[in-house]
Design a protein around this ligand. Structure first.
Ligand SMILES: C[S@@+](CC[C@H](N)C(=O)[O-])C[C@H]1O[C@@H](n2cnc3c(N)ncnc32)[C@H](O)[C@@H]1O
Length: 218
């Protein structure tokens, strides 16, 4: 059973002050393995560069937004957790607006950005909501623009079950619980959502359970 929205937000508000320690000191095989490489690859596939506007959804403490800004892009960041927004504003300063919002209701006009990116956040939506979230990201994207997600996903259901067995055998019940409670999708589901919305889709696998997916709007 998954957590409700307010439970999720309380969890992220509480996590915000220590979040960076979690992700920058990730252990091998945990979900944040290769975190900084994944952020860099998302920014690269988004074409983050001077003259391009990139929206980071679920920015958290702003680490991906920082990578995008360092590449010279004009960056907008959206985040539902107040405590995460506070951390992001401290990190990013005035150059990057950090707006309250979420995947299903982005505070950005239609066709307003060249790329929409998100890291380790899209999986928080239920599978039905993922379809709505994909539609909303495509709404704010200009034609020819790209959505790039770096996130936890499974090659297929067998890969999910294999990971559960592996973490049980390794005595890691927290990770087993995480897999069972979160809405981590298969890469097939993510691909089919964006393909069904008319996008051309490209995927890369970065770890046993982290993928980067780029969906280009026609
Ligand atoms: C694991 S953190 C990832 C933060 C950051 N993108 C990163 O790569 O470090 C997940 C973030 O997604 C946000 N989030 C949760 N539900 C969301 C939603 N429906 N729309 C947008 N962001 C959401 C959380 O508040 C949290 O900041």
């Amino acid at each position: 059973m998954g957590l409700g929205h307010s439970d999720f937000m309380a969890m992220f508000d509480q996590w915000a002050p220590t979040y960076d320690a979690t992700v920058f000191q990730a252990e091998p095989a945990d979900g944040f393995e290769r975190y900084q490489e994944v952020l860099a690859r998302v920014a690269e596939l988004a074409g983050a560069a001077p003259g391009r506007t990139v929206l980071d959804v679920g920015t958290g403490t702003g680490n991906l937004a920082q990578v995008l800004a360092d590449r010279g892009a004009t960056v907008l960041a959206v985040e539902p957790s107040a405590a995460m927004r506070q951390e992001a504003r401290q990190k990013l300063g005035d150059a990057v607006p950090v707006l309250e919002g979420q995947f299903l209701d982005l505070p950005v006009p239609a066709g307003g950005v060249d790329a929409v990116v998100s890291s380790y956040a899209f999986h928080h939506l239920t599978d039905d909501a993922k379809v709505q979230g994909a539609k909303e990201m495509l709404r704010v994207l200009r034609p020819g623009g790209v959505v790039v997600l770096g996130d936890i996903a499974w090659a297929d259901e067998a890969a999910r079950q294999a990971m559960i067995r592996r973490f049980k055998a390794a005595g890691k019940p927290d990770l087993v619980q995480e897999i069972e409670e979160e809405y981590y999708p298969t890469i097939g589901l993510l691909t089919s959502i964006f393909a069904s919305l008319g996008c051309s889709v490209y995927v890369e696998q970065w770890t046993d359970w982290v993928w980067v997916i780029a969906a280009r709007k026609r």
